[in-house]
Structure formats: structure tokens, C-alpha cells
Design a protein around this ligand. Structure first.
Ligand code: FAD
Length: 377
């Protein structure tokens, strides 16, 4: 077996699977490795659904990336014939001064994204599943919706394989050593060499970059599904009647969620999880956690919540919540991808393309200075 490649992609989650797909289109010899069988439920890219939206409340700087990401998801849908995206619209909810409201409006105005500003009465009338209080307003964006994360990873890997990429799963990378010209990758099964390696190992990434001591922290996140079949009009929770939403119920405190895709409505807090590591992650969900989320659902939805099931996932956070997409500062043949901080999935289609451009020494098609590793050194 020839173990020499132009580019190796280590970690085949959201970012790595997309990078492998884009590399595979160039005709280069490429290989992807993962310790599990992606898509899997051990990292950050599982749980049925991810929000995608363009009126980016976090910062208008993300909008060119998300517009490109939409185009690329569309391309992958067409190339695969699989549905990866469901348009439901997206609703930012909060007081008129809330960051999600002001920020979404700013991005929408800056980048000409159509949106509607809704009063609490309009919210209740149009989305009867929701119970906004009198101070709540909404910014509604038509083109937001849901990406299906497991299917996205699967399709990227299938298309990459069809283009000739080699994929090794259930194979753990144990060491990566950058030489002057080549990178050596040692796994439990073999030793490989490549001109370039992309390290996209999600919550495990710090283990590959001990010399950099990056300020990345891993955070436990719990997702909850509540049944809707005990409601008289269950269709108020259906995707045609309930958009994806992010609700800033107190300054910088948010929960978010999805309409009922068959298992009930999915809801989760954004950023209230305990610090963890992939090796110590508590995958059990306590009764207290379920009860606390049940109270949130009771307060904000017209639903008597009945817990269906939950899932545990990991955010890999940077202090400024921006991603890291860059060359290793000491080794130009290693590319670092840490595109999470709880909002990276929607970008994965363009992230993978940018990573492939870095690996092939082409100029990235968008300016990625905001994701530079140097900001932490
Ligand atoms: C609960 C939750 C909700 C989220 N909601 C949203 C949302 O609504 N919208 C949004 O845009 N984003 C959201 N995100 C963020 C998004 O899901 C992440 O940005 C994205 O999944 C990160 O992908 P990744 O490729 O960096 O990591 P992963 O998908 O975890 O991939 C890393 C891969 O590396 C592999 N790996 C690690 N170590 C090794 C090794 N030694 N050898 C071989 N392989 C290895 C792992 O097995 C894994 O497959 C959410 C994240 C979470 C956790």
C-alpha cells in the first residue's frame, strides 16, 4: 500500500470531511483519517440538526463566509441528490436591546439580507407555539433553516471517496511530526507521509498542538427533545409553523431550538456547560438538568413538556468565539482548523474549501485574517 499523499486530513467531522471533499476535487492524492466511524456521536457534529442563518448577530464579518457556505451546501446537495438543508426561517428573540436583535439587524442591513422586525403580538400570532412576554421582539430572517449534520458529514465523505480520496476510519492518529518537506503521521495501524496535513480534530485538537498552548476550552453541551403529541394542535411545532430560533432571555443568556422533525422539539442552552475534555466528558443527563430545561420550555412555549430523550456534545471554544483557520506558525506544512465555539457547523462547507486552499498553497478565496492563530500567540 502506498502511504504517501499530497495532503492528509486528520479528523473527519464537519470541517475535515468538507476539506477532504474539496481536496478530492483537485485530483491530488488525499487521505482522511478518523479514530471513529464518521458520522458518529462522540464529537461535535451530531444531534440531528444545526441552525444556519445569514443575518449573523455575532458580527457582520461572518456574512461573506455564510453566503459562500450557502452556495457550497447547495452544490453538495445537487452533486449528491441528498437533502442537507431545510428552510424554516430563523427568528432571533429578545428585548429590543438584546445582542441577538441588534446584531442580526446590523448584519442584515450591512449585507442587504431581507428581514422582518416583529412585535410580541406578531410573534404570537404568526408562531403560536411561542409565548413571548410583552418586552420580546423578533428579527425574522426568511432564508435561515436547518442543516442535517450527520448527513452533511456522510455526503462529504461519500463524494470524496467517489473522487478517489482514501479514507481510514477507526484508526487513531497517535503522532504528527512536521519535517522540512514532509509531515509524518503515525496511527495505530501505519505510518504515513504527506506534503501537508490538516489537523481538524475538534475537541481533541489541543493534544496535537501542545507547543502552541492555544487558549481553547472544551465545554459540555446538552441537547433535549420534548414531545409535542400531547398538544391539541401539534402542527404549531411543525417546521412550516415554527422557525429555528435563538432566544436571548436575559443579557447574553440564550437558548435556541428547532421545530419538531419527528422526535419532538429540540432545545438547548448556548454556553452554560461545564468545562470538560473529550476523555472526561459526562455523557449522562441528570434528572435535574431535564427538569431545568422543562421549566424553560414551560415558560416560553405553549406546551406541557414531556421529555423524550437527550444527547451530549462538546463545544471547543476560543476566548473571542472566532474560529482558528490558519497555518501552524512554526510549520507551514501543517494547517490548523478549530472552527467550533458553538456556531461553526453552518460554515463547514466553506471552511473545508478554505482549508483545501491553504493546503494547496492557493490564496484563500476569502480573507481569513480574523481566524489567524497569531491573535493568541
Ligand atoms: C450541541 C452543539 C450544538 C451546536 N449547534 C450549532 C448550530 O446550531 N449551528 C452551527 O453552525 N454550529 C453549531 N455547533 C457547532 C458545530 O457543530 C461545530 O462547529 C462543528 O461540529 C465542529 O466540527 P469539527 O470538525 O471541528 O469537530 P468534529 O465534528 O467533532 O470532528 C473532529 C473529528 O476528529 C476526530 N479525531 C479526534 N482525535 C483524533 C485522533 N487522534 N485520530 C483520528 N481522529 C481524531 C474525531 O473522531 C472527530 O470525528 C454546535 C455544536 C454543538 C456541540
Amino acid at each position: 500500500m502506498n502511504n504517501t499523499f499530497d495532503v492528509m486530513v486528520l479528523g473527519l467531522g464537519a470541517a475535515g470531511s468538507s476539506a477532504l471533499y474539496h481536496l478530492s476535487k483537485t485530483g491530488k492524492r488525499v487521505c482522511g483519517i478518523d479514530q471513529f466511524e464518521p458520522p458518529h456521536a462522540q464529537g461535535s457534529s451530531h444531534g440531528q440538526s444545526r441552525i444556519t442563518r445569514q443575518a449573523y448577530h455575532e458580527d457582520p464579518l461572518y456574512v461573506p463566509f455564510i453566503k459562500k457556505a450557502y452556495e457550497l451546501w447547495d452544490e453538495v446537495e445537487k452533486n449528491s441528490g441528498k437533502q442537507l438543508f431545510l428552510k424554516t426561517g430563523g427568528l432571533m428573540l429578545g428585548s429590543p436591546d438584546a445582542g441577538v436583535i441588534k446584531g442580526a439587524e446590523l448584519s442584515a442591513r450591512t449585507h442587504d439580507i431581507p428581514y422582518e422586525y416583529l412585535s410580541n403580538h406578531e410573534i404570537s400570532k404568526r408562531f403560536p407555539a411561542l409565548k413571548p412576554n410583552k418586552d420580546t421582539v423578533g428579527v425574522l430572517e426568511k432564508n435561515a433553516g436547518i442543516l442535517f449534520p450527520e448527513e452533511c458529514v456522510k455526503v462529504h465523505l461519500e463524494l470524496a471517496t467517489a473522487n478517489g480520496a482514501k479514507i481510514h476510519t477507526s484508526e487513531k492518529v497517535l503522532a504528527v511530526t512536521a519535517g522540512t518537506d514532509m509531515v509524518e503521521v503515525v496511527t495505530g495501524n501505519a505510518t504515513y507521509s504527506a506534503n501537508k496535513a490538516i489537523i481538524s480534530t475538534g475537541a481533541w485538537i489541543s493534544e496535537f498542538l501542545p507547543d502552541l498552548n492555544l487558549p481553547l476550552s472544551v465545554e459540555r453541551q446538552v441537547l433535549y427533545w420534548f414531545k409535542t403529541n400531547n398538544v391539541h394542535q401539534a402542527d404549531i411545532f411543525a417546521p412550516q409553523n415554527l422557525p429555528v430560533y435563538i432566544w436571548e432571555y436575559a443579557p447574553k443568556k440564550m437558548f435556541y431550538g428547532f421545530p419538531d422533525l419527528g422526535d419532538g422539539i429540540k432545545v438547548a442552552h448556548h454556553h452554560v456547560g461545564e468545562p470538560t475534555t473529550p476523555h472526561t466528558l459526562n455523557r449522562n443527563i441528570s434528572d435535574e438538568e431535564v427538569e431545568a430545561m422543562q421549566d424553560v420550555v414551560k415558560e416560553y412555549f405553549n406546551l406541557k413538556p414531556e421529555f423524550n430523550y437527550g444527547a451530549v456534545c462538546m463545544y471547543t471554544n476560543t476566548p473571542d468565539e472566532r474560529f482558528v483557520i490558519d497555518y501552524h506558525p512554526a510549520h507551514k506544512n501543517i494547517i490548523i482548523a478549530s472552527p467550533c465555539t458553538g456556531h461553526g457547523f453552518k460554515f463547514a462547507s466553506i471552511t473545508g474549501k478554505l482549508l483545501s486552499q491553504l493546503a494547496l498553497d492557493s490564496k484563500p478565496e476569502l480573507n481569513i485574517d480574523i481566524f489567524s492563530v497569531n491573535r493568541f500567540l
